[in-house]
Write a protein that binds this ligand. Structure first.
Ligand code: ZN
Length: 73
């Protein structure tokens, strides 16, 4: 049998990555960030951004076509 497999070249690309938060060299341990702190920062941003999305509640009550006699006038 002949092993014509190529060596894993995925180990080097991670080392050249930069932390998207502070721009420092990312650590394999916290990649793609340089530290847990930056990881948390990014996570916080993501969560906040997710929460910042305005939820479109049913604002169609302007038509006034509701079923029921009880209607605030
Ligand atoms: Zn960082």
């Amino acid at each position: 049998m002949s092993d014509g497999r190529r060596p894993p070249a995925n180990d080097n690309s991670a080392a050249t990555r930069k932390c998207p938060i502070c721009g420092q060299a990312a650590q394999l341990r916290f990649k793609p960030f340089c530290s847990k702190r930056c990881s948390d920062v990014d996570l916080n941003r993501w969560l906040k951004g997710s929460y910042a999305i305005p939820v479109t509640e049913d604002d169609a009550s302007s038509e006034g076509e509701t079923e029921g006699p009880s209607g605030p006038r």
